[in-house]
Design a protein around this ligand. Structure first.
Ligand SMILES: *Cc1c(COP(=O)(O)O)cnc(C)c1O
Length: 242
């Protein structure tokens, strides 16, 4: 695990680069949030994010987040209690873990099926909360990726809007692996997600404000296409070993 000072200089550089991408795209940097992906790192990764003043951390596995959350520093716990630091689930969620996830996370970005919607809606009702969600769309038509197919997105959105205890904030996508070699693939994926969002927002009359897209290697392309949340691990914490 890197020292906080190194994290800080990485975060400063990333923020400057994000601002550059925003300016190039004619966007206000305040409209793009940085979610720190803490997966595989220990609980200090969330402490660093909180100490730096980031408002969002992301984990891709329910069990890992459950183990880590109680280990954060008291200042981090205070930021969580005060609503200044939110935890988001960004990895695939099985329906049988929906209850645990609904209790642990402030938002679930990886909702990709109607069965999961039903389980999350019921869990949120039992917890007496409204759970914010994003719908994960396979906008890059990647056979290896989770997420609902673009053609099935309207039906999933309609089902989500009918869930009384869920609030649909927007859409999420992960670019295909091949975009590491071909930047055009990532750009196309992000443009596609934005188009899907614009169509759904217009036909359903809901804002779907959030577009969670872009990671360490492709966030500039995502910002150009309208991303409102970039999910960054490696550029903040270094290469994952676990
Ligand atoms: C791991 C992960 C990220 C972060 O990827 P980096 O390349 O380390 O920035 C973003 N989104 C999801 C869904 C992830 O699983």
């Amino acid at each position: 695990m890197i020292a906080f000072e190194e994290f800080k200089s990485r975060a400063d550089a990333l923020r400057a680069s994000m601002a550059g991408a925003c300016h190039a795209a004619g966007r206000d940097p305040a409209d793009v949030r940085l979610l720190a992906v803490t997966k595989t790192h220990d609980a200090r990764a969330a402490d660093y994010a909180a100490r730096y003043g980031l408002g969002l951390v992301g984990e891709n596995r329910v069990q890992e987040a459950a183990a880590k959350k109680p280990l954060v520093a008291p200042e981090t716990a205070a930021a969580m209690a005060g609503g200044r630091l939110k935890w988001e689930l960004i990895g695939h969620l099985q329906s049988n873990k929906a209850r645990l996830a609904a209790g642990l996370f402030d938002r679930v970005q990886s909702v990709d099926g109607e069965k999961l919607l039903r389980h999350l809606d019921r869990a949120a009702a039992e917890l007496g909360k409204t759970l914010p969600i994003l719908l994960q769309i396979n906008a890059g038509n990647d056979p290896a990726k989770f997420g609902v197919e673009p053609a099935d997105a309207p039906r999933l959105l309609d089902a989500a809007l009918a869930c009384a205890n869920l609030r649909v904030d927007g859409l999420m996508a992960i670019a295909p692996l091949e975009s590491a070699r071909d930047a055009a693939v990532a750009a196309r994926t992000f443009e596609n997600l934005r188009t899907i969002r614009d169509d759904l927002a217009a036909t359903r009359g809901v804002p779907l404000r959030e577009l969670s897209m872009g990671m360490s290697g492709d966030y500039a392309a995502a910002i150009a296409a309208g991303s409102t949340i970039i999910r960054v691990g490696t550029a903040l914490y270094g290469t994952r070993t676990g």
